[in-house]
Design a protein around this ligand. Structure first.
Ligand code: SF4
Length: 368
């Protein structure tokens, strides 16, 4: 692979903005030693304010998955709140424009994946906790480059030959519908759980928050297609951003629409802001919601997370709406009370991120 422009017109789906077609972005090959990486959670070095109790808490208790798989680095969907922006800094790039415009394609992905799965299987037999493997914790696995390069599809083809794995895929993209038959094939001998993220039904607001992503309507229709095909979808309503997308009436409409297209569970997550996302988000706020800037500077002055009081208020609102619409929370909540699929719960090994790898969503915020 060599560096080149992202081809336009990739996803071919209604409701996809020109930016979501990858306009202006470039792809860059990236050699990696592993593609399936253990989740590390808790504080980043020097931080005191993480809501997670410690960095060695078993990951499955919090998220329901223990490993991540990101075929790409960077994401043209360019969400202003995207916590994964920091992953580009590991490559010596910035988490602002570079994250949206330089999309790294992991090379030799199927060979690396097969090797990783062999190693994981051996570790599982040795007692290491192997929970679900989550696709798309630091990039959208179905962003437009996937239409041409097919790295996510290639990984799923590997899992279609396997059995006994538990997979989660998170996306905002309509392109996942291309793989419905493949996902069904994978799901015959493995667990497959899909999260489609919808933060609002307001198209104009979505354009501000997620300028490159497909419209809310297109995403909700995609959920309908996936559930109609018998696949399990647990939509993410995340992040919830105080004063912007968290109004009860707006969430009520969104939950209703998600229920109508077959969702049985809905997962919320509170906004959290760390550098460089914090700077990107505040700049966007200045442009689109200037009256909220002072409040946000105050809210996030000393912590990357909402205050416990604000977070609890959001959690309670989401729970009330779930009850009103007959929806449940995510299976990750259930997972906190159960052991992983193989082996006894233990703490996960901590290691520094080698070049080209992501240690996964150690930055995930408050999920409810
Ligand atoms: S779709 Fe996900 S990975 Fe891509 S920019 Fe948005 S939040 Fe980040």
């Amino acid at each position: 692979m060599s560096e080149r422009a992202v081809p336009g017109g990739g996803s071919g789906s209604a409701g996809v903005s020109p930016r979501a077609q990858g306009g202006g972005a470039r792809t860059v090959p990236l050699r990696v030693r592993s593609i399936v990486n253990p989740v590390t959670i808790g504080r980043r070095t020097g931080e005191r304010d993480s809501p997670h109790p410690s960095r060695t808490e078993p990951a499955h208790r919090r998220f329901g998955f223990t490993h991540t798989l990101n075929p790409y680095r960077g994401c043209v969907f360019a969400c202003r709140y995207c916590y994964a922006r920091y992953t580009h800094e590991w490559l010596g790039l910035d988490g602002d424009g570079d994250f949206d415009q330089r999309i790294h394609l992991k090379e030799d992905i199927t060979e690396v994946l097969r090797r990783d799965l062999g190693r994981l299987r051996r570790r599982g037999r040795g007692g290491d906790p192997i929970g679900a493997i989550a696709f798309g914790t630091a990039t959208d696995p179905y962003q437009p480059v996937e239409a041409e390069y097919g790295l996510t599809r290639a990984c799923l083809e590997v899992f279609a030959e396997e059995e006994g794995w538990s997979l989660e895929l998170t996306t905002k993209s309509t392109l996942i519908a291309r793989d419905i038959e493949l996902l069904r094939r994978v799901a015959r001998r493995n667990e497959v759980l899909i999260h489609v993220t919808v933060t609002t039904v307001d198209r104009a607001l979505a354009r501000i928050l997620e300028p490159g992503a497909p419209s809310p309507r297109a995403r909700i229709e995609t959920i309908a297609s996936l559930t109609a095909a018998g696949l399990t979808v647990e939509p993410f309503v995340a992040p919830l951003i105080p004063g912007i997308n968290d109004a009860t009436e707006a969430l009520d409409q969104l939950f209703r629409e998600l229920k109508e297209v077959g969702a049985r569970r809905v997962i919320g997550e509170a906004l959290f802001l760390r550098s460089p996302t914090r700077e990107v988000f505040l700049r966007s706020l200045q442009e689109s919601f200037p009256s909220l800037v002072t409040e946000y500077r105050r809210r996030f002055a000393e912590s990357a997370f909402l205050s416990p009081v604000d977070a609890e208020r959001l959690r309670a609102r989401v729970e009330r709406l779930r009850v009103a619409h007959g929806l449940l929370g995510g299976r990750g909540e259930d997972a906190r009370a159960r052991s992983p699929r193989r082996g006894a719960p233990r703490t996960l090994p901590r290691r520094p991120p080698p070049r080209g790898e992501s240690t996964g969503p150690e930055q995930l915020g408050l999920i409810f």
